[in-house]
Design a protein around this ligand. Structure first.
Ligand SMILES: Nc1ncnc2c1ncn2[C@@H]1O[C@H](COP(=O)(O)OP(=O)(O)OP(=O)(O)O)[C@@H](O)[C@H]1O
Ligand SMILES: [Mg+2]
Length: 501
């Protein structure tokens, strides 16, 4: 490779956290104008490397060379000035500011009197949103947006800074296919027309071949190797390189007799959000809830478990009306809900992994009022093993785990509940290829034990791979219901975009 090709070089980068060697001697080059994909299991070190590049962490050893010169950014602001724009895995927006205020935060557009020019701020913001092909109001408060919309705002914010390198750490995990298509056309446009370089992190194998040029694979903090041409390499070979072994079936088969109706939703309406939603789920059945982001899937789930107030409608469990007014009512009546926004709704960041898993079910580990620590540890270590949660110990605070491992902790928490109805909202978001099939196996086992399960997912292959039946939502209503045999990506999308009425 000509040296002129290289825009960025990592040289012998190492990073140690207490008890964890997050990165060991990482060396590789990023070429100008390429989309370089960073691959690796949850906890492999991808985000850590990005955080070193952007000055969030300091490396314990090694050098970063940008355009032939060594750089040592002290913080994100500095790295931004060097032309590096980053969309982090964690949300970094200010909830009580508007979209436009967030996008132009600390680089406000001023008028000739030196005060903020709001008219231009909103126009500029709208222009960038328009480029994404998305409909978000620049004046909306960020806290009122969905996770997906917030993710888009993060991307808009970075794009509008016009950097020379853009880092996207799992940008699509909260987006639906339509929004991903838009994002990808923007990436391609910026790459081809402006020569912008991308570092791209994702666990969604279908998309990395589509969007990526070359890829680097990390495993346990080590550089495993380079994939010089993502377009031609086989998917199986990529996966083998990531996990270091061949994988079993991606979607393990389930052979379960489907029983009587367990959960029955009738005419559910939430003000301005969902309208007259009805469906049911049977024992042993996995029902998919599909639809575009914003179609009301998560709102329906939240209304069922009492997180959103119902305007009308009933929930029946095993034939009996369940008057659920709060999430704790839902737990009592046998419904567990794995939220899509784990950071905000599912995880206590400053508590150890152990407590995060057992908090809602602590009763189970008590005998005569005293906590049986050993029982608790056995249970939690069981989940750690089963889902390969990467942490030196279950006593480690949740905030020190990698994004995907945090998801696994929240997942374990709801498994621990052992209940009749499970609602999984994007269960594999941010989970690596190896662990995804473990999660599908667990869903299968729950079904085998007679649970009624709802899986909300924006990944159509996942819906098709794990569900017995699919209910498709569009603009707050049930647009259609499709049996497993008839379900295809096309048939689901037709309903999802409102094509069938
Ligand atoms: N601030 C921290 N303190 C302690 N350990 C940390 C910290 N940040 C990361 N780690 C550890 O470093 C390792 C690498 O984490 P990193 O977040 O880089 O993984 P990742 O490849 O981005 O994973 P994911 O796909 O789950 O996002 C993990 O074992 C993680 O627990
Ligand atoms: Mg990460």
């Amino acid at each position: 490779m000509e040296s002129g090709d290289v825009i960025l070089r990592f040289e012998n980068i190492s990073k140690i956290f207490p008890g964890v060697r997050a990165l060991s001697d990482i060396t590789f080059d990023i070429r100008r104008g390429e989309v370089h994909v960073l691959l690796g299991e949850n906890g492999a070190g991808k985000s850590t490397l990005i955080k070193i590049l952007t000055g969030v962490y300091k490396a314990d050893g090694g050098r970063i060379i940008l355009d032939g010169r060594e750089i040592l950014p002290e913080d994100i602001l500095q790295s931004r000035k060097m032309g590096i724009g980053t969309v982090f895995q964690e949300n970094s927006l200010v909830p009580h500011l508007t979209v436009a205020e967030n996008v132009f935060l600390s680089r406000e557009i001023k008028n000739r009197f030196g005060t903020i020019d709001w008219r231009r701020t909103y126009i500029e913001c709208q222009r960038w949103i328009g480029e994404m092909g998305i409909d978000i109001d620049p004046r909306a408060m960020v806290r009122d947006l969905s996770v997906a919309e917030q993710q888009i705002v993060e991307i808009v914010k970075i794009l509008s800074q016009e950097p020379s390198i853009i880092i996207l750490d799992e940008p699509t995990s909260a987006l639906s296919d339509h929004e991903i298509d838009n994002l990808f056309s923007i990436v391609n446009k910026l790459k081809n027309e402006k020569g912008i370089t991308f570092i791209y992190i994702s666990h969604r194998m279908e998309e990395i071949k589509f969007i990526g040029d070359r890829a680097s694979v990390l495993r346990d903090g080590h550089y495993i190797g380079l994939l010089p041409d993502l377009k031609t390499v086989k998917l199986d070979d990529i996966i083998n390189m990531i996990v270091g072994r061949a994988l079993d079936e991606k979607f393990p088969k389930r052979d379960v007799e489907i029983g009587g109706v367990i959960l029955e939703i009738d005419d559910l309406t939430v003000a301005k959000t969902i309208y007259n939603v009805s469906f049911n789920v049977r024992a042993g059945e996995v029902l998919g809830l599909a639809g575009l982001v914003g179609s009301g899937r998560t709102s329906a789930a939240k209304a069922i478990i009492g997180m959103l107030p119902k305007k009308s409608g009933t929930v029946r469990i095993a034939g009996e009306i369940a008057d659920i007014r709060s999430p704790s009512d839902a737990i009592k009546m046998g419904i567990a809900y794995l939220p899509e926004d784990r950071k905000r709704e599912g995880l206590l960041l400053t508590k150890p992994v152990r407590e995060n898993v057992t908090l809602p079910t602590l009763r189970k580990f008590k005998r005569f009022g005293a906590l049986r620590k050993s029982l608790e540890a056995i249970a939690v270590n069981g989940f750690k093993e089963m889902l390969s949660i990467k942490t030196p110990s279950i006593e480690r605070l949740a905030k020190f785990l990698s994004g995907g491992n945090q998801q696994k902790v929240v997942f374990s928490k709801w498994l621990c509940a052992q209940t009749r109805v499970y609602i999984f909202d994007e269960p594999t978001r941010g989970i690596d290829v190896g662990s995804k099939s473990e999660i599908y196996k667990i869903i299968n086992n729950l079904a085998r034990d007679g649970a009624a399960i709802i899986v909300i997912s924006s990944e159509l292959p996942e819906i098709l791979g794990v569900c017995d039946r699919v209910v498709v939502m569009c603009e707050g209503r049930v647009a259609g219901e499709i049996g497993r045999r008839e379900a295809t990506q096309e048939s689901i999308m037709k309903y999802a975009i409102g094509g069938v009425r």
